[in-house]
Ligand binder design. Structure first.
Ligand code: HEM
Length: 258
């Protein structure tokens, strides 16, 4: 008698025995960053108020929120621990999951299979979108476009308006896609995370939580689009050069180089 064993075509589990923990950490970091994203989009939505210019009394709600964030003690540590490290881990492990995943929408065209597929499509978009968003805001890109993209904390609303007008493709192409991808990935991620943590076991529980997540998608997308429409409808104005943070790329000073 022979015992036939099927050859193993499965991809090796990353982390071997630690796979379970690594996977939970991926879910947890997604949730932590997701919580941050909801707050981020809410604050951005206050841009609907418009920009207040020199001489006009008071600060915009957006500027007040930015000031509060920038006055937090140990801000670089807080940012690193609660924002950069979680999303870095989530992204790196997420890339591995995406590369080793096996979408089956061409065989089984069920709604949930499409959700799974778009979770990965949105993840790939997010890798490039977040790089552009963070590096652009931090002033890493050079030239006139890089300067227009740079966020100036002292002129939070106006520098955000200038950022979106740095090129037509910023406000009318990159951000609409990036916002849609972020809100979809966030809402569908919250839906699957409840399964990961064993909170929605029955089909009925998953259906009800699905409605809540659809609401979250609509709400966050609404906030994101509100901010987008507000900044696109506002006027670009140059900022005082001394208030724009220095470019973080080495710029050759022609006079010194001589
Ligand atoms: C806006 C930023 C992001 C947020 C808020 C976020 C949030 C989440 C959440 C909450 C989950 C559900 C975890 C679970 O099912 O237990 C998830 C899943 C996932 N995320 Fe993200 N994520 C973000 C960016 C990224 C990026 C940049 C990648 C890079 C590839 C990525 C890759 C993935 C993948 C592949 C899954 C599916 C995991 C699975 O089905 O097992 N995510 N994300």
């Amino acid at each position: 008698m022979t015992t036939a064993t099927a050859s193993d075509f499965t991809v090796p589990l990353l982390g071997g025995r630690a796979h379970f923990l690594l996977r939970r950490l991926h879910s947890l970091t997604g949730l932590v960053f997701g919580g941050y994203l909801v707050v981020h989009l809410l604050v951005n939505a206050t841009l609907i108020e418009g920009v207040r210019h020199e001489g006009e009394a008071g600060k915009t709600v957006f500027q007040i929120q930015v000031d509060k964030i920038h006055s937090l003690p140990f801000l670089p540590v807080v940012e690193t621990v609660f924002i950069y490290l979680p999303i870095l881990y989530h992204t790196l492990y997420g890339i591995w999951i995406t590369l080793t995943g096996q979408p089956n929408v061409n065989h089984y065209s069920y709604g949930k299979n499409w959700f799974y597929f778009f979770q990965r499509v949105s993840a790939v978009i997010l890798v490039f979108f977040m790089l552009f968003h963070i590096l652009g805001m931090k002033g890493v890109f050079g030239g006139d476009i890089g300067r227009a993209l740079t966020f100036a904390p002292l002129h939070a609303s106006q520098s955000t308006v200038n950022h979106f007008h740095a090129g037509w493709w910023v406000g009318y192409f990159i951000y609409p896609i990036g916002i849609l991808a972020s809100c979809y990935h966030l809402a569908n991620g919250f839906w699957t995370a409840a399964i990961t943590w064993g909170l929605t076991v029955s089909a009925e529980a998953q259906r009800r939580w699905g409605l809540a997540c659809a609401g979250l998608f609509a709400f966050t997308l609404g906030c994101g689009l509100l901010a987008l429409v507000s900044v696109l409808g506002s006027e670009v104005r140059p900022l005082p050069a001394e208030d724009v943070p220095e470019m973080r790329v080495p710029i050759v000073d022609v006079n010194k180089a001589k």
